[in-house]
Design a protein around this ligand. Structure first.
Ligand SMILES: Nc1ncnc2c1ncn2[C@@H]1O[C@H](COP(=O)(O)OP(=O)(O)OP(=O)(O)O)[C@@H](O)[C@H]1O
Ligand SMILES: Cc1cn([C@H]2C[C@H](O)[C@@H](COP(=O)(O)O)O2)c(=O)[nH]c1=O
Length: 218
């Protein structure tokens, strides 16, 4: 069985965590082995970095370097081995989040992020890599698109906000634009879901996209 890599993206409160388990269950029902993981995080080292990124004040470049360092460890130790085993890897956020949050949200240079992506997810020239096609990227990215004002209402009082969740709505307007920019540059990989619907409608749309892509053979 071929490995399959799917990421879940969207602004904070868009509904990723609510729906990822239903996707996991659908793949298990289809007889697949699933690795469910998240970013930043997914390994003991990356979880330590997550803790810093989500809680400690730092500038945008430090944030970018830490999320990509965490990603490197995660890719090497979890994602690539799972894909080689033939697992379905479901990742709650991946590198699109760095472009949306550190790039569009914090204003960190987009090209520098592309360089980090190339280093962390690419095959180095010494390994035979020399083009963007050699980058490890999800085959499908489910993008939960939700107006920031709606996300703010959903998150209000739901939990103690972390450093990002405490940002004003204007920050999330920028983050949402970052996701839209990434989606328009990779329209085949991105599947936009209208997240401003009831949970069952969102779930229906997510499962429909994955079915249309042939991931649940009859
Ligand atoms: N379609 C929906 N309609 C109304 N409320 C929803 C919907 N989907 C999720 N919620 C609620 O919104 C809140 C945020 O959802 P969830 O934690 O799944 O978002 P998230 O995208 O994983 O956020 P984060 O990235 O910050 O962890 C939760 O309280 C959840 O119950
Ligand atoms: C991968 C990644 C994540 N972030 C931010 C986005 C979220 O606010 C948090 C993660 O929290 P979640 O509840 O697990 O969604 O981290 C980021 O700024 N940059 C990244 O690359």
């Amino acid at each position: 069985m071929q490995g399959l890599f799917i990421s879940f993206e969207g602004i904070d409160g868009a509904g990723k965590s609510t729906h990822i388990d239903a996707v996991r269950q659908a793949f298990l029902d289809a007889g697949r082995t699933v690795t469910l993981t998240r970013e930043p995080g997914g390994t003991p080292l990356a979880e330590q970095l997550r803790n810093m990124v989500l809680n400690d004040p730092m500038d945008a470049m430090t944030e970018a370097l830490l999320v990509f360092a965490a990603r490197r460890d995660h890719v090497q130790k979890v994602i690539v081995p799972a894909l080689h085993k033939g697992d379905v890897v479901l990742c709650d956020r991946f590198s699109d989040a760095s472009f949306a949050y550190q790039g569009a949200g914090r204003g960190f240079d987009w090209q520098m992020l592309e360089t980090l992506e190339y280093w962390v997810q690419g095959k180095l020239p010494s390994q035979g890599g020399n083009s963007p096609a050699d980058l490890l990227k999800p085959q499908t990215t489910i993008w939960f698109d939700l107006p920031p004002a709606v996300a703010a209402v959903r998150l209000a009082g739901a939990r103690v906000p972390d450093k990002f969740e405490s940002q004003p709505q204007a920050f999330f307007e920028q983050v949402a634009k970052g996701y839209a920019r990434r989606a328009s540059s990779d329209p085949v990989r991105f599947a936009r879901i209208d997240a401003d619907q009831t949970p069952s409608e969102v779930r229906r749309d997510v499962i429909a996209v994955l079915s249309e892509r042939g991931y649940f053979p009859a």
